[in-house]
Design a protein around this ligand. Structure first.
Ligand code: FEO
Length: 168
């Protein structure tokens, strides 16, 4: 079993995306914490850990294929947001970008008949469906409940309730 040069690069690029997501969610958590959104803070601290776990999965996979994974430097994320809703929209947008990247990797794996990587990526394909759905559902709440202070407080509480431990 070998990884092609293209697949190696694709997987290493995915490490960058997952590391960036972890760092960006950490910044979102911190912004929530200082702004008084306790639910959002708890949610995004957990989400940041999850993204780190995604990154580690890929690191372990590349290493298990006998290729040293490249641990990247990560650009500083945005650290301030105008609103909870704006921040959640940014999170959804970043998940959509991650989904596109995962799908592109799946296409490479299929084209190259790299079955091990295709199977490895299946977990990520499912995970992305869950993550996008989660953010869409939370964002929908702004239309359902409104955007006044009480509604935002309610949505913040919902965020705390949507933390879920995912099986590794
Ligand atoms: Fe690991 Fe949410 O992308």
């Amino acid at each position: 079993m070998r990884l092609s040069a293209k697949m190696k690069k694709g997987l290493n690029d995915q490490i960058v995306l997952e590391a960036s997501a972890s760092s960006s969610y950490l910044a979102m958590a911190s912004w929530c914490e200082i702004t008084g959104y306790q639910g959002g803070a708890a949610y995004f601290y957990a989400q940041s850990d999850e993204e780190r776990m995604h990154m580690l999965k890929i690191v372990h996979y590349i290493n298990s294929m006998g290729v040293p994974a490249v641990i990247p430097a990560v650009k500083a994320p945005s650290s301030s947001y105008k609103s909870l809703e704006g921040m959640l929209k940014a999170a959804l947008k970043s998940e959509q970008a991650v989904t596109r990247a995962i799908h592109a990797l799946v296409e490479i794996a299929q084209k190259e008949k790299d079955h091990s990587t295709a199977v490895f990526l299946e977990w990520f394909v499912n995970e992305q469906v869950q993550e996008e759905t989660k953010f869409e559902a939370i964002l929908q709440k702004f239309d359902l409940l409104g955007r006044d202070k009480l509604a935002i407080n309610e949505i913040d509480k919902t965020l705390a309730g949507s933390i879920q431990q995912e099986p590794a």
